[in-house]
Design a protein around this ligand. Sequence first.
Ligand code: NAD
Ligand code: DAU
Length: 345
Amino acid sequence: MSDLVRRLMVTGGAGFIGSNFARLVLAGDGLEKLVVLDKLTYAGNLANLEDLRADPRFAFVQGDIADGTLVDELASDVQAIINFAAESHVDRSIEAPEAFITTDVYGTYVLLEAARRHGHARFLQVSTDEVYGHVPTGSSRESDPLSPRSPYSASKAGADLLAMAYHVTHGLPVVVTRGANTYGPYQYPEKLIPLFITNAIDDEPLPLYGDGLQQRDWIHVDDHCAAIDLVFRLGEAGSAYNVGAGNHATNIDLTGRLLALLERPASLVRHVADRPGHDRRYALDTSRLTALGWQPQVTLDDGLAATVRWYQQHEAWWRPLKSGEYLEYYRRQYGDRLAAGTVGA
Ligand code: NAD
Ligand code: DAU
């Protein structure tokens, strides 16, 4: 954690990456105060922070990053903000985009304004590789134009650009990270890896979109969090940093690896109707990040094996999540698709 920043606010810290990040920074001794602000949407979960709650440096506030009064009060007592809070699932942004605009775009604006008013020493916006859009060949550099293609990635691109504008216009010391597809413990079971692991454990079908040949660059959450910590400390104000581990895999290949780890048959795979506007490929040039001294530590083989083990050993964490609103969402998203799907290898 930055030598200058002793009091930090992390927004969205009850979600997947934010909770892993909170654990990382509290394992060190750099902070005297860590405030987690989280609305606790369907994706936020206090159980993700359970082991941190006894730490005297830790404070949890349930609230909305779009609530200007609350954010201003909390911002007055910290020196920096790292903004993880977002609606984060592409499929939900296709079905119901409004919350993506109010949280990802307007909420980020509220945080930036508060950081500016209180003269913060740092503002880190957690962005995504999806802002570059589909990348048919080669890899995206930070200077490439943003070309988002889903309501989710467009809302994240809006926030990313707004954060940069606060650096240019107001001199706010903003840094932006653009991370690749992240996996690991505490990921809500709507995203590909935890969905497929938990479905396979229950011998339920795995709904693979389209031909399954879409490519992603997979990074373990520990590596992603270490990169965010490094960029927070050493990144150049006004700059973006790509965060990817170079683990390129097609969805069908990844699915096969998960099934092998779980000792489940390929017949669980269902080829289903594709995601509208589905980006075929993301790939990142990470030379700007590696120049700061970062290298990924977790191989895809080790990370997937550890993640499968974690979900096998933490049924008490994920089973309660697969109920209520989740099941309604699952029916809307997959009911017809699965009924019309074909069994695949
Ligand atoms: P997540 O959905 O698991 O967590 C998001 C958290 O934000 C939840 O705890 C939720 O309650 C909270 N939140 C949502 N709206 C809020 C609001 N209005 N006010 C306060 N809190 C609110 O997401 P994640 O996968 O942990 O992603 C975290 C960040 O990283 C997001 O900004 C996402 O865009 C970005 N990102 C994610 C990935 C990935 O693969 N998961 C990759 C790159 C970047
Ligand atoms: O690239 C970074 C992004 O990665 C983050 O910004 C997002 O917050 C995060 O959700 C993730 O977006 P993706 O859309 O790539 O992740 P998801 O897990 O939803 O899907 C991964 C791939 O798997 C994608 O090509 C779609 C496919 N897929 C996904 C689901 C949920 C399926 O084939 N079937 C599914 O049921």
